[in-house]
Design a protein. Structure first.
Length: 565
């Protein structure tokens, strides 16, 4: 109620009350005057109180308007105008340490203003390296991987091997194929797949698969009406790591394959060279096969692994590789059924135990990787004529490394020697020969890959020397003839050594995490092979020159970072 209205009511009461008692006696009138004087004093006191109350109301109203203006200003400050940063850039920074004394650096206001509202259109800032192809489902990330290739290859001698070199069957000069050259285009090296990353109860897991189109096709019209190349599985595994322990199961690069970093199964951490030849470099120790592995990480700079991988008793014939000759009486019982000579076409050989591989890797800095590895293999055959079983253990070891000796220049060294481990040299050496009684004799074989990789702006340069050596193991058959491997009179396919020199480049025209990369890859390859036995007048060696050119588009983005343990 306003002060003027209250005063009117009081004045009216003051005028009418005396009139009501005008006819009373004098004593009553004196009493009434005294009462009115007392009321007047009360009215004056009330007037002062009302004036003070009205001022307080005005002050509160002004304070309310000031508070509203401050809130409007705070809300406008967190909105993102066109061309400015995201809203998160305008929010106060979090304290440096959780659980610290935040109040000591943030004084309390009286009364404390309410927090500024976050705009409804708030969008969290995006990771600059994230891929637009990533799909996030809760804490799971699904990302396509792969690239699209068009490869052209020319060889001055017709090895008839497509875009992958059959190192062990380079034509000799006295063969018809040595007088024919070879050229072809192919998209078969293109790859497609996806990986899944996630976290579960403190463990980080990765599911990975990858396919290419180098599978065997039964369609003879591939080069006539339709290049319907068949996809094939390359990698298909799951890896789980919790703390210092890691477990992998599925088809992966063998743990015997050299690493670029740690004992990681990811393709980018495996050394299989930069070449366009889909069979890589002669002398490289590798295969992709199913198995399980257990890894222990004592710290970030070291890893120790144990793998159990698919075994196969191999006597040659894969990828142009040579084959050991079995004794006549045992050939039908062993070849293709007990010992793999690639004629069966499927995994049909009996095996005593998985191949056991151990590896220790050290990465003291990002410029140095060093590793040592070993493998144990066990062979077993049955001689139905003698009704007797024979077993034999084989094995091998490798010492590998890559070292950035100066910035952007890295030296590569991979060295492998085995007694019965030829299958891991891309099948270019048999694992064993068999004696006339059925006893097993592993063949000595080994391989090396030495080279360099250098980066200059958008170009990667590479050069490698690769070689294998296959030892001689001669058996005298029951009829007096020689069999086994490397014997006098053996076929010129039984190689003593195969060597390769190759150089090339990877030129990246442009790349962007959101749009991918476009590259041109070139490679020159020189191959030579020497047999154990050279017949009179026959060539002592075979050689071939190959040129690869490839245009590649790589899918955009990278995988989410794996948490450091």
């Amino acid at each position: 109620m306003k002060l003027s209205s209250l005063q009117s009511i009081l004045c009216l009461a003051a005028l009418t009350v005396p009139a009501c008692f005008a006819q009373g006696d004098g004593s009553d009138l004196e009493k009434l005057k005294a009462q009115l004087a007392d009321q007047q004093r009360q009215i004056e006191s009330l007037k002062k109180s009302l004036i003070e109350t009205e001022k307080t109301i005005e002050n509160l109203s002004k304070a309310q308007e000031d508070t509203k203006a401050a809130l409007d200003s705070a809300a406008a400050a967190v909105k993102t105008p066109t061309g400015s940063n995201t809203a998160s850039d305008s929010l106060p920074a979090a304290p440096a340490k959780l659980g610290g004394d935040v109040a000591s650096t943030n004084p309390v206001l009286s009364p404390p203003p309410p927090p500024a509202p976050r705009p409804s259109a708030y969008v969290p800032p995006q990771d600059a390296t994230s891929s637009p192809l990533q799909v996030h489902l809760g804490n799971i990330t699904i990302m396509p991987v792969g690239f699209m290739d068009l490869t052209a290859v020319f060889r001055n001698e017709n090895a008839g091997s497509g875009i992958g070199s059959n190192f062990g069957s380079v034509p000799y000069n006295n063969s018809n194929n040595a007088h024919l050259s070879e050229f072809r285009f192919s998209p078969q090296n293109s790859r497609v797949g996806f990986r899944v990353d996630g976290d579960w109860k403190g463990a980080h897991f990765i599911g990975y698969n990858e396919f290419d189109f180098l599978g065997t096709s039964g369609n003879n019209a591939l080069g006539v009406t339709n290049g319907a190349f068949v996809p094939r599985i390359r990698l298909y595994w799951v890896d789980v790591r919790k703390g210092q322990f890691e477990f992998l199961a599925g088809q992966s690069w063998s743990m015997l394959t050299p690493n670029r970093r740690g004992i990681s199964p990811l393709p980018g951490d495996i050394f299989y060279s930069q070449v366009m030849d889909v069979n890589y470099v002669i002398g490289l120790t590798w295969t992709r096969q199913p198995g399980v592995r257990f890894i222990y990480h004592p710290n970030r700079k070291a890893a120790i692994g144990l793998a159990l991988e698919n075994p196969n008793q191999y006597i040659g014939g894969s990828g142009g590789g040579p084959t050991s000759v079995l004794p006549t009486a045992l050939s039908s019982a062993l070849a293709g059924s007990q010992l793999d000579n690639t004629t069966a076409g499927v995994l049909s050989t009996p095996n005593l135990s998985p191949d056991i591989i151990v590896k220790a890797a050290f990465d003291p800095t990002s410029r140095v990787h060093f590793e040592i590895a070993g493998i144990e293999r066990n062979f077993k055959v049955y001689n139905p004529t003698a009704i007797q079983t024979f077993t034999k253990a084989g094995g091998g070891g490798s010492i590998n490394g890559n070292f950035e000796v100066v910035k952007n220049f890295r030296l590569i060294t991979n060295n492998y020697w085995s007694d019965g481990g030829g299958r891991y040299l891309f099948g270019n050496a048999p694992d064993l020969v068999v004696r006339t009684n059925g006893a097993i004799s592993p063949i000595h074989s080994g391989g090396v890959v030495e080279g360099f990789e250098a980066q200059t702006k958008n170009t990667l340069w590479f050069g490698y020397y690769g070689a294998i050596y296959v030892g001689r193991d001669v058996v005298v058959d029951t009829n007096g003839s020689l069999v086994g491997y490397g014997y006098r009179g053996s076929a010129n396919s039984q190689n003593r050594a195969v060597q390769e020199g190759t150089v090339g480049f990877v030129q990246t025209f442009w790349k962007d995490p959101k749009y991918g990369a476009l590259s041109l890859i070139g490679q020159y390859e020189y191959l030579t092979r020497s047999p154990w036995y050279v017949a009179g007048g026959a060539p002592k060696a075979a050689h071939d020159n190959a040129i690869y050119m490839d245009v590649r588009y790589t899918l955009p983005g990278g995988a989410p970072p794996i948490p450091e343990k």
